[in-house]
Design a protein around this ligand. Structure first.
Ligand code: NAD
Ligand code: UFG
Length: 340
């Protein structure tokens, strides 16, 4: 049996990936400091999978904790989700972002090397493409001009891993560049649990729909897009989770560092999302137009052919399922993982 260390496994993408890993028979060891997640997510993952995982409450910046984990469990590969991800916050507290996302990652890679574990899947982001290119974005396009500190941390870690693998062929590294993860497990038991005011479109939409927030502000109505609002490539979190398994299965022990876009290859505008949400779920989402948000681009969607052909990864869910499952999760868990 393959033993996988999942850093940040209690979080949104991590919890769905842990479920998939358990369902496929992997042994799962989660390291998470619960800075942005709840242990309840992992309780529910274990109920859904009818199997247990090992949870370690700790921090990727803690070397002795990492060494203990690698010593106790025969880890074969690491899926590295742990980090901070709020774009706006990263402008206010940059050092926290550099420390968690860059120093924390380096600390993890050092511990992996001490334990002779060289298989890694890293959560990267389409943000590394910056504003330079026209969609569809493909992996041969150069990276290097991110617009915020969060994006910068992803870019730096990608570049470190690239250099590391060039210098040391023992490393086998998959960089998965996520587009816009949305949706939830179809059971509605696990999903995205943002703290405070959501930054991202989908949790904001579902919170307006359930009455927790008055209305959505649509950031910009004069982009050069089909209806003036921003276009993104939304990807169902179950498809995203599956991409990690494909990366593990197809890349494990292959020398080198390679990037894959994980998106559907199709874009939807904010207004299209709101309309589809109403058509599918029968619920109106009140909105108003607001000025453009700093750092936003008009259109961002993936060319996903590399992931399809090299990883054998094919997205199964369309926008309809994404909106259905996002709403299902919100309805069943109006307070996220918090009770009451
Ligand atoms: P999330 O915040 O739900 O999950 C991240 C997890 O890491 C949380 O459980 C948090 O408690 C944990 N964590 C944070 N710092 C830690 C530390 N120092 N030590 C141990 N655990 C720590 O976020 P997510 O949406 O599941 O994203 C997972 C990864 O994917 C992140 O690296 C994120 O940057 C990346 N990503 C996310 C998106 C997105 O829109 N959700 C898009 C592109 C990339
Ligand atoms: N939007 C609104 N109102 C909101 C929130 C978002 O109109 O309240 C719009 C945005 O302007 C954008 C679209 O909805 O046009 C999607 O916005 P999100 O914040 O959901 O997603 P982004 O594309 O801005 O950012 C996401 C991730 C980042 C990642 C980036 C690039 O949140 O982590 O994709 O991959 F860096």
């Amino acid at each position: 049996m393959f033993n996988i260390l999942v850093t940040g496994g209690a979080g949104y993408v991590g919890s769905h990936t842990c479920l998939k890993l358990l369902e496929e028979g992997f042994k799962v060891i989660v390291l998470d400091n619960l800075a942005n997640s709840s242990i309840e997510a992992l309780n529910r993952v274990q109920i859904l999978a009818n199997r247990s995982l090992i949870f370690i409450h700790g921090d990727i910046r803690d070397s002795s904790c990492l060494d203990r984990i690698f010593k106790t469990h025969q880890i074969d590969a690491v899926i590295h989700f742990a980090g901070l991800k709020a774009v706006g916050e990263s402008q206010q507290i940059p050092l926290e972002y550099f420390d968690n996302n860059i120093s924390g990652s380096l600390n993890l890679f050092n511990a992996m090397q001490r334990a002779s574990v060289y298989n890694l899947v890293f959560s990267s982001s389409a943000t590394v493409y910056g504003e330079l290119h026209k969609s569809p974005l493909n992996e041969t396009m150069c990276t290097g001009t991110t617009t915020n500190n969060y994006g910068y941390t992803k870019l730096i870690v990608e570049q470190l891993l690239e250099k590391l693998s060039q210098s040391d062929p023992r490393w086998s590294i998959a960089l998965l560049r996520y587009f816009n993860p949305v949706g939830a497990h179809p059971s509605g038991l696990i999903g995205e649990n943002p703290r405070g005011i959501p930054n991202n479109l989908m949790p904001y939409v579902t919170q307006v729909a359930i009455g927790a927030r008055e209305k959505l502000s649509i950031f910009g109505q004069d982009y050069e897009t089909i209806d003036g609002t921003g276009v993104r490539d939304y990807i169902h979190v179950m498809d995203l989770a599956n991409a990690h398994l494909c990366a593990l299965q197809n890349r494990i022990n292959r020398s080198g560092c390679r990037a894959w876009n994980i998106g559907t290859g199709r874009g939807a505008s904010v207004l299209q999302v709101i309309k589809a949400f109403k058509d599918i779920n029968g619920v109106d989402v009140k909105y108003e137009f607001a000025p453009r948000r700093d750092g936003d681009i008009a259109i961002c969607y993936a060319d996903n052919q590399r992931a399809v052909s090299e990883l054998g990864w094919i997205p199964q869910y369309g926008l309809e399922e994404m909106l259905r499952d996002s709403w299902n999760w919100q309805k069943q868990n109006p307070n996220g993982f918090n009770k009451g």
